[in-house]
Design a protein around this ligand. Structure first.
Ligand code: HEM
Length: 453
């Protein structure tokens, strides 16, 4: 007998573990694509004892993220794992606690505020490019993913703390974040929380990273509270913000959690997308030529300002197209709070639900020649014809990324300023492959050689 029409179908999996092996494997997205091909837009499977769903249609994803978002919360295991690092923050909180935090932090991410960060961003990029001059003269190979991580970390740290962070502390940050992020990614791929509470060396090391970062962050918060100087950075703005209803400001712990959130959510994502962009540009001379033509015409050798952002649409669209093919966040999870009808499908409360920007961005029903890199897809008229939830690198609905405009301006500045001075060539013997876990990063890095223009 066929099951009733509105019950999703899916693979049976193995006794006791269900489809855990497939789901936890590095080929998770291939597997999700294959079950969507076999069973349709909504597929169900078991992860150990838990029921899970995979949703692969933009209209249904839109419903999850917008009008039914209250029923699809962030109370999932991977968010619990991220919470160990971030604590309760705009990224991890749910319900009224989230709303309070989001309302406090959001005003500082409006376009007008972001524009005021323009010179800070270009300053950090100039420092990186100046360093590259020497590397270029020496004919050295640069590890591009590391370089992009460093520059995006510097930007977000300076946006928050301006000059309060000493060079030594910045170096500590730069040394700790990569292993901390790598370990967090590993934990999210194998989300057995009990394992991470064991007194193992790796767990102590992980805690040690967080403690070291906390010491620096709390030191800066305490110094700022005692200081007469009030630089107009994000920390100062957050310290002065008060809850509309209670009039209360953020506590030190809350400030620490927001700072850690901005650091973590706000640099690896942009850095990974930038690494992919340079890989594509290096392999596709036409894309490179188009970027160079726009940058030369609009800026020449002048350092860009926020006012130039709107005049660099090709650079922006190339970045957007990069995030289509290599979305920095490849998959998003939600917890289903109670039984729900999603489109024609019945979804059980207490289960987990997943959807994938990576697969939606390559869905052949919504993209022509999805494998082809074409920034023109993001020109205004072409974009209007697209389903808005077939492209969700920043998520969507009330919990859409807070830093999207920050990231877009930063990316355009990095593209334009690098193009003014260099051509980047990915080494011909390099293996560039995505490693897909919490983020989409190049598995073996991106070794490049620099050539002056
Ligand atoms: C290309 C760069 C970026 C990408 C692709 C990205 C992606 C995302 C995605 C997909 C979400 C939604 C997660 C979900 O719904 O489960 C998110 C949320 C968030 N992002 Fe970003 N992000 C980027 C840059 C940034 C930057 C630069 C910042 C801050 C400086 C930032 C701060 C946040 C915060 C605070 C949230 C949580 C918002 C909330 O839940 O209310 N992100 N980001």
């Amino acid at each position: 007998m066929r099951p009733p029409k509105n019950l999703p179908m899916g693979p049976k999996g193995y006794p006791y573990i269900g489809s855990l092996l497939h789901f936890a494997s590095s080929k998770r997205l291939d597997w999700l694509q294959s079950i969507a091909d076999t069973y349709g837009d909504v597929v169900t499977f078991k992860l150990l004892k838990k029921r899970a769903y995979f949703v692969n249609h933009p209209e249904l994803v839109k419903q999850v993220l917008t009008r039914s978002s209250a029923n699809y919360s962030k109370k999932t295991i991977s968010f619990k794992i991220v919470k160990e690092v971030l604590g309760e923050s705009t990224f991890t909180s749910v319900g009224s606690e989230w709303r309070r935090k989001r309302l406090l932090v959001q005003p500082y991410f409006h376009n007008s505020q972001i524009a005021s960060l323009g010179s800070l961003m270009t300053h950090c990029v100039t420092e990186m490019l100046d360093q590259w001059e020497a590397e270029c003269d020496a004919g050295k190979t640069i590890e591009l993913s590391d370089a992009m991580m460093q520059v995006t970390l510097k930007v977000v740290v300076k946006a928050l703390f301006s000059t309060a962070l000493s060079d030594d502390d910045l170096q500590t940050f730069a040394a700790i974040f990569p292993p901390l992020l790598a370990a967090t990614n590993r934990r999210a791929a194998l989300p057995f929380q009990a394992l991470y509470a064991l007194p193992l060396g790796s767990n102590k090391k992980y805690r040690g990273y967080i403690d070291q970062l906390d010491q620096i962050i709390f030191k800066i918060i305490h110094q700022r509270r005692l200081s007469d100087q009030q630089p107009m950075d994000l920390l100062q703005m957050l310290m002065e913000a008060t809850d509309e209803e209670t009039g209360q400001p953020l506590t030190d712990d809350e400030l620490r959690n927001e700072a850690m959130t901005m650091f973590i959510a706000g640099h690896e994502t942009t850095a990974n997308a930038m690494s992919w962009l340079w890989t594509v540009v290096s392999q596709q001379p036409v894309i490179r030529a188009n970027i160079e033509r726009e940058v030369d015409a609009v800026l020449g050798q002048r350092t860009p300002t926020a006012a130039d952002f709107a005049d660099l649409p090709y650079c922006l669209n190339a970045f957007k197209e990069t995030m289509r093919l290599y979305p920095p966040v490849p998959m998003l999870p939600r917890h289903v709070e109670s039984d729900h009808s999603l489109g024609d499908y019945h979804i059980k409360g207490g289960s987990d639900l997943f959807f994938s920007p990576f697969l939606l961005h390559r869905h052949p029903d919504f993209w022509q020649q999805p494998e082809v890199f074409d920034p023109q897809r993001f020109e205004k008229d072409a974009q209007r014809a697209q389903h808005s939830y077939a492209y969700i690198p920043f998520g969507g609905g009330p919990r859409v990324c807070l830093g999207n405009n920050f990231a877009l301006m930063e990316a355009v500045f990095i593209i334009a300023m690098t193009t003014q001075r260099f051509r980047l060539q990915v080494n011909s013997d390099a293996t560039i492959e995505p490693l897909i876990s919490l983020t989409t990063r190049p598995k073996y890095g991106v070794p490049v050689t620099l050539h002056r223009r």
